[in-house]
Write a protein that binds this ligand. Structure first.
Ligand code: ADP
Ligand code: MG
Length: 610
């Protein structure tokens, strides 16, 4: 104890005052009280949560759950600041699997309201009840047995008039609360939610019979999206489900034609937590790229799951921001995943008009993944159910053209013998695109994306099956290596040899290139290895690609003919032939389309011919 002297002015605040002040950080309005109480219910394992509001929450906010409940001792303790069952030591901070962990919410809420708690762990003994006023316990007792917890928060901010006056009109507060519940209910499709305001039931997505637990795992989520957002009941979505050892991404994407003028319908969850992260939204948005009209925003609901060691959720008291240890990596991977999902969805036949393509593996299972590269690669698992149907009123003509129906595909495949690709019927536009016709319309092929697709699949096949054709260099080339490159190259050499490289590592600092894969289109055959290594590192960093997937992608990227290169009719013809030999001719390895088709009907429409 330090002796007080004359002139000392500093005092430590009483706890109740400190809690009142701190409450401002955690609970600013009824919506944030609802958020904290519902998150506690979810952390307690509840699968039914009811929210009851009076006067938009300013008179009463009551949240009732069927979770694990608390013991009497815990119930008294939970209103103490920093009291939590969710972490015990600093190490636990790196391993958070609950929505809460700071132990601040109940202390803060209790400090600025009159609160009642009722909690029980099972039906074998009486439940425990507690009444608090401004954070002070004024009554405790026993009640009928129950399993779960009910917390009633009355007269929020009754003792902080400044804050109470800050509340907006009831409609505004209610809207905030409903938005909050929407997000919580979307992120927990297997938990039932009900919201009642005064006499009106505003949300009722309680589960009936828990049917959707293991049936179609997407169904619960789709039902939720349709029930809670302004999405029409028949809306189709693009499913996303990919994971690497670092990150998994699951969720639903809207078709570009459903894009809205506002950013509203975008939901992002990291390890189950709703977060606002502009650059992540940007990653998704940029994957749609030119598929969207200027100034419109796609619908998405995405769940990112990442090892808790790689993400810090403790950057803000409301935890609405998180920090990844590799933000660029997450950005790149997310963008690639979304691109790929879009590419897949857009190349799929309209299920109403066509039977599934034969001979095309929609599973996107590359030959290379059969053997299983040692490190994780993207291995999307798409359901075999017909992909979302392409609506007829596509907002973008261009986009409509990207949808290739089975009949066109058959025509194009057959067309290799005649029709499509006949010399004289091919044009190169701006040395970048190849134009040709099919019976049903016009096809525009992006030469670079197409060649990337071809090289990618060839590389993948070589990596799995054996030896790629090699072209020997007349003058073997010596390449100086950094120590890091040397290590990388050493690891990659067996696979590089399979691809058709003929390499000798000389000492610890250099490599001799004696041969490179045939088919590589670069003026500088000797320099291509250097470029591939650079590309490999780039993909490693930006898209978290590794092993053979990365190698195949790098070769494709570096070896492909570029936009701006003139191609002879013969070369164009060969390119088209090879493209249609591919398993997935319609998208480049990064998911971007390789071609756009414009149907005759569409041309007629655009020229206004009827
Ligand atoms: P935190 O959620 O960060 O741990 P809170 O102040 O929100 O902090 O809650 C404190 C503790 O009270 C929780 O850690 C939990 O043990 C307990 N608790 C709160 N709400 C519930 C509930 N609905 N069901 C069971 N336990 C609860
Ligand atoms: Mg909490």
């Amino acid at each position: 104890m330090i002796e007080e002297e004359v002139g000392d002015i500093i005092q430590v605040m009483p706890i109740s005052l400190a809690n009142k002040i701190a409450a401002g950080e955690v609970v600013g309005r009824p919506a944030s009280v609802v958020k904290e109480l519902v998150e506690n219910a979810l952390d307690a394992g509840a699968d039914e949560i009811e929210i009851y509001l009076i006067d938009a929450g300013s008179s009463l906010i009551q949240v009732t759950d069927n979770g694990c409940g608390m013991t009497a001792r815990d119930a008294k303790l939970c209103f103490t600041r920093h009291a939590t069952s969710k972490i015990r030591s600093a190490e636990d901070l790196d391993n958070i699997h609950t929505l809460g962990f700071r132990g601040e919410a109940l202390a803060s809420i209790a400090a600025v309201s009159q609160l009642e708690l009722l909690t029980g762990q099972d039906f074998s003994q009486p439940s425990f009840s507690l009444r608090l006023d401004g954070g002070d316990v004024i009554e405790e007792g026993r009640d009928a047995p129950r399993k779960g917890t009910s917390i009633a928060v009355r007269n929020l901010f009754y003792n902080v008039p400044a804050r109470r006056n800050f509340l907006k009109r009831p409609q505004t507060e209610l809207k905030h609360t409903l938005d909050m519940v929407e997000v919580l209910a979307l992120s927990h499709p297997n938990v039932g939610f009900k919201v009642q305001h005064d006499k009106n039931v505003l949300v009722d997505v309680l589960l009936d019979g828990k049917t959707n637990a293991d049936g179609d795992r997407w169904k619960a989520l789709k039902d939720r999206v349709i029930a809670l957002t302004s999405t029409p009941a028949k809306t189709k979505f693009i499913e996303v489900d990919e994971s690497t050892s670092y990150l998994s991404v699951k969720g639903l994407l809207g078709f570009p034609e459903q894009a809205k003028r506002t950013r509203g319908q975008q939901y992002l969850f990291v390890n189950g937590r709703s977060v606002k992260q502009r650059y992540i939204e940007h990653a998704v948005h940029s994957a749609y790229e030119y598929l969207l009209p200027e100034g419109s925003f796609p619908f998405f609901i995405l769940f990112l799951d990442i090892d808790t060691r790689h993400v810090d959720v403790n950057v803000h008291p409301t935890k609405s921001e998180v920090k990844f240890d590799d933000e660029r990596g997450v950005y790149g991977m997310l963008r690639a995943v979304v691109r790929r999902a879009l590419g897949m969805a857009l190349q799929t036949p309209d299920s109403a008009q066509a039977t599934p393509l034969r001979g095309i593996n929609l599973g996107f299972d590359l030959p290379s993944s059969a053997n299983g590269p040692k490190t994780a690669t993207y291995s999307p698992t798409y359901s075999s159910e017909p992909r979302a149907q392409w609506g007829s009123e596509a907002t973008r003509e261009l986009l409509k053209g990207a949808v290739t129906v089975a009949s066109q595909h058959t025509e194009m495949k057959a067309g290799r013998a005649g029709g499509i690709g006949e010399e004289g019927l091919l044009w190169q536009l701006h040395d970048t695109y190849i134009l040709t016709q099919i019976r049903s319309g016009l096809v525009v092929i992006d030469q670079q994306a197409a060649h990337e697709r071809i090289l990618y699949e060839q590389a993948a096949a070589c990596l799995q099956e054996g030896f790629g054709l090699s072209q020997q260099l007349l003058f073997p080339r010596k390449l100086e290596l950094s120590a890091a490159d040397h290590v990388l190259l050493e690891a990659l050499i067996p696979d590089l040899n399979r691809l058709g490289f003929d390499l000798d590592l000389v000492g610890a600092k250099s490599v001799t290139i004696k041969g490179v894969p045939a088919d590589i289109a670069t003026g500088d055959e000797g320099g291509v290895l250097d470029e591939i290594i650079d590309q490999y590192r780039l993909f490693e960093r930006i898209e978290q690609l590794s092993g053979r997937e990365n190698l195949a992608r790098s070769i494709a990227k570096r070896g492909a003919v570029k936009a701006g290169n003139k191609m002879s009719p013969k070369e164009m013809r060969a390119l088209i032939d090879q493209l249609f030999e591919c398993q997935l001719p319609y998208a480049g390895p990064d998911g971007r389309p390789t071609m756009i088709t414009v149907s005759g009907e569409e041309l007629r429409e655009r020229f206004d011919k009827r």
